[in-house]
Design a protein around this ligand. Structure first.
Ligand code: GLU
Length: 590
């Protein structure tokens, strides 16, 4: 097992190679100790041991944000309060991943009522958007970055409204006070992290197209550097407005107008977002998707995310197989995980989209008999040669064509447990690293609309995840809360585009089946198979499985796998937290 304990610290050359191809690449562990609090957390992370605590814990992608959340929790705030403080800081110090210009999904387990629910703060397409949004004059799909950079890809942001809704529902702390850390850091400056500096430098050409983004990220034409103090007074002013007058201020009035002008005025690639679109934005409460797994309930985000259903299907298909007996070094275990994932992804591509717009067989896809039928396909000795979507029970004809959305990884995951027994799991994004590259009022605007399928039809058959006015693009974000006897046992989630699903499923299997603590489970090398190619994490012990998997019939590719898992386990001994060695996050608890 020891060999499996460390994917951390990819060799520098491997990282360099990865940086060139992935928008948000991995970074090594251990930087930016802001105070004693995060220094201790970073020591634990570097040593590969989980952080332990009794009362509360926060595990997020950046030490400044973790500390802001920890201060709120230590002062008696709830997980919802802490999330507001964390998100406000992340929007400053990790602007490439999430912020006020983006969207998010939040799972909440309520300590008092024992209920689990979700908030959908996903971006929405403008009312004027239609099936040709991402097609060129010849009806062909645009190239990914031609669609992304500029106004065309920008959906109505959901994150500000989500912060407000979560606070109104579950907060105890004074709203305005939750922004004080972020405002102070924006005004006085924060130290640019290695990761932010590396990503700005790698994206300089695209970031430089918007004059506002250029002057912030590339002052005097040079990318902001690691270790540099960076101030964002415009962001501070926006946060002061939100703190004083509420998040609605992003949706109506001066800030909304500025967003709309920016999108519509984007040179070369304008969008159609309007003030009406902004003012109509709504956060939607939805039931979680919960699937039983080895005596637990794995609860996740339903449509418009594919996260909960696809993670649920993978685990559901694996339920019949004794992974614990096989262990994490067994090619047979990974054959099953990889092909369960391919089967689930086939259903995802065919059936999953915004269920407010297209009928989605949510129950049928994770119904026990259906999953058992799909799992029967795995009873063989070698990799599946062909993978087709299944036919889940549904009272509606399901004649959809397969989707072709491209998702490249950025995004951030927030896991929080508070001293009242509440658990929060939220994945938050502006989609691609630096989103649309348009900056306004101190934050970047998302490019979430490129999560729609660029093609609306295939051979005359509509795609479920096609662009429609007011629709939310299908997501892969998989904020998850695993329950045991109705109580939270694991809070987990990750960025990583559609590989999020594999990262989260792996972490759950590692923790539940293979008995790993959360830090080991997060660190465990990744092997992800979505569409046929088995991605094996570069520079990790998983490489040893490459040949055995090939022998089973898989195509194998070795590559950097850029997760950002943050997990908190809850057990009889209290809380244990793990932060992904592939990014800069930490867990802090007390
Ligand atoms: N936009 C993606 C989604 O909603 C997330 C991108 C990422 O994780 O990097 O699924």
């Amino acid at each position: 097992m020891a060999v499996w304990a460390g994917a951390a610290g990819l060799p520098a050359r491997a990282q360099e190679a990865a940086d060139a191809v992935v928008p948000e690449a991995a970074t090594e562990t251990g930087q930016q100790a802001i105070s004693g609090m995060s220094a201790a957390a970073q020591e634990a992370k570097a040593a590969g041991v989980p952080v332990t605590a009794q009362d509360w814990m926060v595990a997020v992608a950046n030490p400044y944000a973790a500390e802001a959340g920890a201060r709120v929790l230590a002062a008696g705030g709830t997980a919802a309060d802490a999330m507001v403080a964390v998100q406000a800081v992340l929007g400053l110090v990790e602007p490439q991943s999430s912020g006020l210009g983006g969207g998010a999904f939040l799972l909440w387990h309520d300590g008092e009522s024992g209920e689990t629910t979700t908030l959908d703060g996903r971006e929405k397409a403008p009312l004027s958007a239609g099936p040709t949004l991402f097609l060129d004059q010849d009806g062909q799909p645009l190239k990914f970055f031609d669609a992304v950079v500029g106004g065309r890809s920008v959906g109505v942001p959901g994150t500000p409204a989500l912060m407000q809704t979560a606070h109104a529902r579950w907060g105890r702390s004074d709203w305005a006070g939750l922004f004080s850390d972020a405002i102070r850091l924006a005004e006085e400056g924060f130290i640019v992290s290695p990761r932010l500096a590396m990503l700005v430098a790698a994206d300089a050409e695209r970031l430089g197209r918007d004059p506002v983004a250029r002057s912030y990220f590339l002052p005097d034409g040079h990318p902001v550097a690691e270790g540099q103090l960076l101030r964002n007074p415009e962001y501070a002013a926006t946060l002061r407005t939100i703190a004083g007058q509420g998040a609605r201020q992003v949706y109506v009035g001066r800030i909304a107008k500025a967003i709309v002008e920016k999108v519509q005025g984007a040179e070369g690639n304008p969008g159609r977002l309007s003030e009406l679109d902004m003012s109509l934005y709504d956060v939607i409460e939805r039931a979680p998707v919960c699937v039983p797994y080895r005596g637990h309930e794995v609860c996740g985000m339903g449509p418009p995310s594919s996260g909960g259903l696809t993670v649920g299907q993978i685990l559901g298909l694996l339920s019949d197989f004794d992974l614990a007996e096989m262990g994490p070094e067994s090619a047979e275990a990974w054959r099953l995980i990889g092909d369960a994932s391919r089967l689930a992804f086939a259903d995802r591509g065919r059936y999953m989209a915004d269920s407010d717009f297209v009928p989605v067989p949510v129950k049928g896809l994770v119904e026990a008999d259906y999953m058992a039928r799909r799992a029967a396909l795995l009873r063989r000795d070698t990799a599946l040669s062909e993978v087709e979507p299944g036919e889940p029970e549904f009272d509606h004809a399901l004649n959809w064509a397969d989707d072709d959305a491209i998702e490249l990884p950025s995004t951030s995951h927030i896991s929080i447990v508070d001293s009242y027994g509440n658990a929060l799991s939220m994945t938050t994004t502006i989609e691609n690293a630096f989103g649309s590259r348009l900056m306004v009022a101190g934050f970047l605007l998302n490019n979430e609309l490129t999560d729609f399928s660029f093609r609306s039809h295939r051979d005359g058959v509509p795609v479920a995840n096609r662009v429609e006015p007011g629709k939310r693009p299908r997501s892969s974000m998989a904020p998850t809360i695993v329950l045991k006897d109705g109580e939270p046992a694991l809070v987990v989630g990750s960025p990583g585009g559609s590989r999020i699903i594999g990262y989260v499923a792996k972490t759950i299997v590692a923790h539940i089946d293979w008995g790993m603590d959360v830090q080991q489970a997060v660190t465990l090398p990744h092997l992800v198979n979505r569409f046929g190619t088995y991605d094996v994490e570069e520079g990790s012990a998983a490489a040893a499985l490459g040949e055995p998997l090939k022998a089973l019939g898989f195509n194998v590719e070795t590559r950097a796998l850029n997760s950002g898992l943050h997990a908190i386990a809850l057990g009889e001994d209290g809380l244990t937290g793990g932060a992904d060695p592939r990014r800069e996050g930490i867990a802090i608890g007390e």
